[in-house]
Design a protein. Structure first.
Length: 286
């Protein structure tokens, strides 16, 4: 899949918020006290660990939002594999500007590269099978857009971005509606023809009920929640390709291959966004 960069217009508000947070009320008082205002310099952004890079545009815009005269020269692009010691980019300009924006640029780059790298591990683990690795809405508030972008950089796929993207009927919806049929019928009657409906089921019996609705109130996908590989395999056989099957719940690198082997179409994983460790990237003056 070709990775399309996010427009700068969407990234700028995040960068401006992060810079304001870090600069505080008086700016970088350490750098201002030590570095003469006219000092020019160059630095390299170097990988400390192996992984997948993501967030290069955020790094570039961080430097150039603070100081448009800073020159950012990328040597890697989002989605590239990187090794320890690789130089991702060179930056040149006012040393005060470089030092005052370094941490924000690295925070974005390290965080998103960590998500991309974690996603890539899961993608590689299911490579022999058709299952796609997918993220969830378990993201950092305010950063969902860029975290989901990082999942794409790692070779994964995106689930819905928000509550308005698609219908996802969960157990609490069913409990209040009274039944699976009632919940699905309400959903189908409320939305337009372009809005997809996914139903979460916890048991094979619930899946059978969902299949029974196909002739009158069809769904587009079923989320098979916290099922064992044996249950998932049976579920896939019962669905027989009539709608998308998605496995979710407690997926780890130790279990994801067995889940993929059941034949499910999608495996959604919260940990690739909410628990991915950063990829250590540093900035070194040269």
């Amino acid at each position: 899949m070709s990775l399309s960069p996010l427009p700068d217009l969407l990234l700028l508000p995040l960068i401006e918020t992060a810079l304001r947070e870090d600069l505080g009320r008086a700016g970088d008082i350490t750098t201002a006290a030590i570095i003469p205002a006219d000092t020019q310099g160059r630095a390299h952004m170097n990988a400390r660990h192996e992984g997948i890079v993501a967030g290069m545009d955020l790094a570039r815009l961080t430097f150039q939002t603070f100081d448009p005269s800073v020159v950012f020269m990328p040597l890697k692009q989002d989605g590239d594999k990187i090794s320890p010691g690789d130089c991702l980019a060179k930056v040149e300009g006012s040393v005060r500007s470089l030092f005052s924006t370094e941490r924000v640029a690295l925070n974005f780059l390290s965080h998103l590269s960590g998500i991309a790298s974690e996603t890539h591990k899961f993608v590689e683990a299911v490579k022999p099978y058709k299952a796609r690795i997918c993220c969830t809405r378990k993201t950092t508030p305010g950063l969902r857009m860029i975290e989901k972008y990082a999942v794409l950089a790692g070779g994964g796929s995106n689930h819905r971005f928000g509550l308005d993207d698609a219908i996802l009927i969960k157990d609490n919806h069913i409990a209040v509606a009274g039944s699976i049929r009632a919940a699905v019928e309400c959903a189908r009657n409320a939305v337009g023809h372009l809005v997809k409906i996914e139903l979460e089921v916890d048991t094979i019996e619930q899946l059978d009920e969902a299949i029974g609705l196909l002739s009158s109130t069809p769904i587009d996908a079923v989320l098979l929640d916290n099922m064992s590989p044996t249950q998932l395999k049976l579920a896939v056989e019962k669905v027989a390709g009539r709608f998308v099957t998605e496995a979710s719940g407690g997926v780890s690198l130790q279990t994801v291959t067995a889940i993929a082997a059941t034949g499910v179409d999608v495996i959604s994983i919260g940990r690739i966004t909410h628990s991915a460790p950063i990829l250590d990237i540093g900035m070194d003056v040269v």
